[in-house]
Design a protein around this ligand. Sequence first.
Ligand SMILES: Cc1cc2nc3c(=O)[nH]c(=O)nc-3n(C[C@H](O)[C@H](O)[C@H](O)COP(=O)(O)OP(=O)(O)OC[C@H]3O[C@@H](n4cnc5c(N)ncnc54)[C@H](O)[C@@H]3O)c2cc1C
Ligand code: FES
Length: 265
Amino acid sequence: MGNFGACRDVSILSVAPCGPEGAAHGCYLLELENPGLGPAAAGQFVMVRPERFGQNPIWPRPFSICRLTTRTLTLFVQACGRGTDILCGLAAGDKAALWGPLGQGFALEPEIPTVMLAGGVGIAPFVEYAATHPAPSNLSLVFGHRQPLSCYPFAAMAELVGRAEAFCEKTPDDLPVFIERLDAVVAGAASGLILACGPRPFLLTVARLARKYSARAQVSLENRMACGVGGCLGCVEKNALGAYVQTCTEGPVFWVEELALAEDA
Ligand SMILES: Cc1cc2nc3c(=O)[nH]c(=O)nc-3n(C[C@H](O)[C@H](O)[C@H](O)COP(=O)(O)OP(=O)(O)OC[C@H]3O[C@@H](n4cnc5c(N)ncnc54)[C@H](O)[C@@H]3O)c2cc1C
Ligand code: FES
């Protein structure tokens, strides 16, 4: 069962575009005061509801912990709808309600070579994973993205880990090339640990490859969530036995073999 976390009121410390092109592509780093969260496992998330939501949207929105220090909580947010548009338009001094840390984080096996597979905003939890990993030279990162690379918190992370590569998907023709690259990476990492976070089609591909090569792999799901604490059933996912699990409390991180995840589902 997940940690329900207490609801706390926090101040926004800063909202800044991520990189010189971040504003044009809706990619922002939000720094909030840490109201006493922690410790947290990388892969856990928070629910955030700024006062500026007013009556619409009603529900808070889930975001991975991108970086947590004793003083600050950083979120990486890509604007893609009403809630994220408001969040990216906040300013220092704005207030928000925040629940967390929530859910289950990624496995941590410091001595085991670990490959992080990230797609788009799915890079966020790996920033915290790399920053808190006891042996970051054992980490490698493969990052697929559509916006310019500088719009993501990639560069600082790439310096921390043993190996980092980025793949920009500019046209639909690039997708098979990326999938081929993922195939080679998963094949080569099958004896280690594979962690993935990103859009659902990306995770379904990783799950298929993990099964193909009998790799130990975890995926972090970005299912829609309303409450984040197990109360609304809005986030359910079918497990390997055909029953439903709650992504917010039992995930968002699952071992691939726990879930039904299928590309033709
Ligand atoms: C555990 C978890 C961690 C997440 N971490 C991050 C993060 O670090 N950074 C980040 O930018 N986003 C993250 N997301 C996704 C983020 O929560 C959604 O983008 C956000 O809730 C959309 O709210 P909205 O009001 O802007 O969009 P809405 O107006 O509600 O919807 C706009 C569009 O976004 C789509 N959408 C809504 N919710 C999601 C979702 N959960 N995943 C994918 N698409 C969605 C809708 O289908 C619609 O097409 C995370 C989601 C989960 C569940
Ligand atoms: S988001 Fe409400 S039960 Fe999971």
